[in-house]
Design a protein around this ligand. Structure first.
Ligand code: SF4
Ligand code: SF4
Length: 283
């Protein structure tokens, strides 16, 4: 079983367009959406949720109003201004450090486990799909990514699937690092802009730091040919294979509006290029 991660370094490069096409092209796989802060692959895969699980991480302070005597010690020690003047916890500000519960002379503050999101096991017409939703202003996205990747790996092993195809988060932060660990290949999707080049290089640095093999795709390459040349040169310098150049095509937007991947929507040049890309990923 091989794990393939699609990442971009920045949002809006067309990463999910590529991943959704792989969902349609690859047999015997489980799909995973690791962009837990702003998941969107479900819009194209149309999952039917079979299992729903709470994701618990960190702790939050809770004040028992009946036991509180209003001494103000908790308010004085909280460095995150998470306690209001009438001794109420602001749940989005509390960092769960537990200092307030330690200084309270009345044992009026308890630390409760925090439910910071949910993860789902779903059925789709393309096979099983693991996805998640982190709550608003919640942290620990890296832990949630690690959780759903573990679930996907176990499912692939149980069902003897050949691939885990992962839609990665944008950027280079904690959830990207959690997405990268242990994958067999990272496919970077970029666009021919200066920020596309810069952010692709940053995420390639991270992947290469973890000794993950990297391949690169330029999306909408024909919108800026000189920048595409610069990206190609960068790939040559790094000995990173450039495995595909996808041209700009309005049909991609039409396919999105229809809720389909481009390879299912239109059988044109772009779909053929995506099929070639999958062959090169397998190589
Ligand atoms: S747990 Fe820490 S951050 Fe939360 S209210 Fe108490 S002192 Fe403030
Ligand atoms: S430290 Fe305890 S008793 Fe004092 S104000 Fe805070 S919750 Fe109330």
């Amino acid at each position: 079983m091989k794990q393939i991660l699609v990442i971009s370094g920045k949002g809006g490069t067309g990463k999910t367009v590529v991943t959704a096409s792989l969902a349609a092209l690859v047999n015997k796989k489980v799909m995973v959406d690791c962009d837990v802060d702003a998941a969107d692959l479900h819009l194209l895969l149309h999952p039917i949720i079979k299992e729903r699980h709470e994701f618990k991480s960190g702790k939050r302070a809770v004040i028992n109003k009946n036991a509180c005597q209003g001494c103000g010690r908790c308010l004085a020690v909280c460095r995150y201004d998470a306690i209001t003047s009438n001794y109420r916890i602001e749940e989005f500000s509390c960092e769960g450090c537990a200092l307030c519960s330690r200084v309270c002379p009345c044992n009026a503050i308890r630390m409760e486990e925090n439910t910071s999101g949910e993860w789902f096991l779903s059925d789709t017409q393309y096979g099983p799909f693991i996805h998640a939703k982190l709550g608003i202003a919640e942290e620990n996205s890296g832990k949630l990514v690690a959780k759903i990747r573990q679930v996907a790996k176990e499912l692939a092993e149980q069902q003897q699937l050949d691939y885990v195809i992962i839609d990665g988060p944008p950027g280079i932060g904690c959830p990207v690092i959690a997405s990268l660990s242990g994958v067999d290949c990272a496919v970077v999707v970029t666009e021919p802009t200066l920020s596309g080049l810069h952010d692709a290089e940053r995420v390639m640095d991270v992947a290469q730091h973890f000794k993950t093999p990297v391949k690169l795709i330029v999306n909408k390459y024909d919108l800026n040919l000189s920048m595409t040349d610069q990206i190609e040169s960068m790939c040559q310098k790094r000995t990173v294979p450039l495995i595909g150049k996808l041209g700009f095509d309005k049909k991609v937007v039409e396919a999105m509006v229809e809720g389909k991947s481009i390879v299912e929507y239109a059988n044109g040049t772009l779909s053929q290029e995506l099929r070639n890309i999958w062959k090169k990923v397998q190589d």
